[in-house]
Design a protein around this ligand. Structure first.
Ligand SMILES: NC(=O)c1ccc[n+]([C@@H]2O[C@H](COP(=O)([O-])OP(=O)(O)OC[C@H]3O[C@@H](n4cnc5c(N)ncnc54)[C@H](O)[C@@H]3O)[C@@H](O)[C@H]2O)c1
Length: 383
């Protein structure tokens, strides 16, 4: 990829301006005001409200992303649409020669991911994935502690996540909580979407790369909500380096707490609260700054600084998405083990179960837990 020589701000089209896209729109308007970029187009299948119109300014609005991209010919396309639309929209942008900031998860299937990566490489453009926590200096610090051997040899990595969501979370969009929609894979489960950042981070900290960064995935998924996908899941991932990564998460917690990626080495351990840029080691606890993904993409195009979350580096995460896609349907948690608080489903005792699973390297179904009646599903890359 050649660096841009033009001194004017790169033009940007935003695709998907409601939901999470509203934040992108606000951010692009702010960065347009400072001259980092120029918001030149917005595409959404739904009309913009008054606030969005004001943020969009005199940029071109259209309901057809292909037309907006063809008319604007932007240097950058930011895509914040439902995940099952990512591959088509990103390819549209690549084909138009645009660099892309693509929301996570990149795609719901490995086949789409491989095709997308090939299309990106063929187009010779950059693609940053919306894993914003990779921009955190806390992540960089932990990666450095591992690389320099400060924690000793990495023995295991754990991800624990206990968040709460209510019915409106699954009612907000047709694709929410779905494994597929109209025959198209979606994969909106706990590990594949809300906790995707933690899964991707745990795997990247291990450092396994190449075509098969993950050797094996065992998954065990549950649901308390009446959804098709899962809201509570555990996965034991064996990486190419032989590290065990145990991810245990729920959206039906008793008490919501920010997720933690824990790295346990022979000579020390570290805990990273990746949503808060907070790192705790034997030396104490520190908060860090965070690089913004759009700023980093522009710096990459202008000065060649490395992208913090390049598409190619999300392959290990995609292998986990693929394993979950191929796994059986989530097991419904028996009503005896659930209670409702307002519009919220709570699984009794799940906060402790999540912690115990990560500490023991065990799937939920391997623990003496009444509701965990599932069976581990095993996936290997070469199956
Ligand atoms: N990085 C993060 O922390 C984070 C947080 C939340 C959501 N996300 C991601 O952002 C994306 C959007 O999530 P959401 O919850 O906002 O979804 P949503 O369904 O609420 O909103 C998506 C928007 O895309 C529009 N849209 C759908 N299809 C379109 C198309 N073909 N062309 C143009 N616009 C289209 C919709 O009208 C809507 O405005 C997802 O990939 C999600 O995983 C990322």
């Amino acid at each position: 990829m050649t660096l841009r020589r033009d001194s004017s701000p790169p033009s940007v089209v935003l695709v998907g301006a409601h939901g999470h896209g509203r934040g992108h729109l606000e951010h692009l308007a702010a960065r347009t005001a400072t001259g980092l970029v120029r918001l030149a187009g917005v595409a959404d299948v739904r009309p913009l409200d008054v606030q969005q119109q004001s943020l969009a300014g005199d940029s071109l609005f259209g309901t057809d992303a292909a037309r907006v991209i063809a008319e604007v010919r932007p240097e950058i396309v930011v895509i914040s649409t439902p995940m099952h639309t990512h591959a088509n929209l990103a390819r549209l942008a690549f084909d138009a020669g645009a660099h892309v900031l693509l929301e996570k998860p990149p795609t719901p299937t490995m086949a789409e991911f491989d095709a997308l990566l090939a299309a990106q490489r063929a187009a010779g453009v950059a693609c940053q994935v919306g894993f914003q926590a990779f921009g955190s200096r806390a992540y960089a610090e932990l990666a450095n502690l591992i690389a320099t051997g400060a924690l000793g040899e990495v023995r295991r990595i754990g991800l624990t996540g206990a968040w709460t969501r209510d019915e409106s979370y699954y009612g907000r969009a047709a694709w929410a909580g779905r494994r597929s929609l109209d025959g198209v894979p979606v994969m909106d489960g706990a590990l594949t979407n809300p906790f995707a950042h933690g899964v991707a981070m745990a795997l990247r900290l291990d450092g396994s790369a190449g075509d098969e960064p993950v050797r094996q995935v065992e998954v065990d998924t549950y649901r308390a909500y009446p959804i098709e996908a899962d809201d509570t899941a555990s996965a034991r991932i064996t990486t190419a380096r032989g590290t065990t990564v145990l991810a245990a998460v729920t959206l039906c917690a008793e008490t919501s707490r920010e997720p933690i990626v824990e790295v346990v080495g022979g000579e020390g351990r570290a805990e990273l609260w990746y949503t808060e840029d907070r790192l705790r080691t034997a030396a104490g606890e520190r908060r860090f700054e965070r690089l913004d993904l759009l700023d980093n993409l522009v710096d990459h195009l202008t000065d060649g600084v490395p992208l913090v979350a390049p598409l190619a580096d999300t392959r290990s995460f995609m292998q986990v998405v693929e394993a979950i896609r191929l796994s059986p349907a989530a097991v419904e948690i028996d009503a005896r083990f659930r209670r409702q608080a307002g519009h919220r489903e709570i699984i009794e005792g799940v906060d402790d179960v999540v912690r115990e699973a990560a500490a023991a390297g065990a799937l939920f179904c391997e623990l003496p837990v009444g509701w965990a009646t599932g069976k581990a599903f095993q996936w290997r890359e070469r199956d």
